[in-house]
Design a protein around this ligand. Sequence first.
Ligand code: FES
Length: 112
Amino acid sequence: MDEFTIICSCEEITLGEIETAIQSGAHTFDDIKRLTRCGMGPCQAKICSSMVRQVISQSLDKPLGKVKLPRMRMPLKLTRIGVLAGKETSSSVISVFGESASKEGVNHEKSI
Ligand code: FES
């Protein structure tokens, strides 16, 4: 990875931007979020939070377990708006991306 590696794909935040935030005094994911918008994209940090915590851990020479988890807000997993509106059930939804892909006729199952 170099400084141009995208860590938060939703907000297009690079490793260099995260390292700059850490050098500016950010020590938690939420600090970095406030400085860079990292974690504020559609996935709400579900994709990037572990990578950012690893960068914090390595940059500050701190064990990963000691790096604070991001503050999570409801819903805690990807949820279709239809489920929230009561028009769909969540039991049939495994992944928002998987379901939307299957509606378009894309088969993600590997043939053996
Ligand atoms: S990848 Fe960072 S908010 Fe989605």
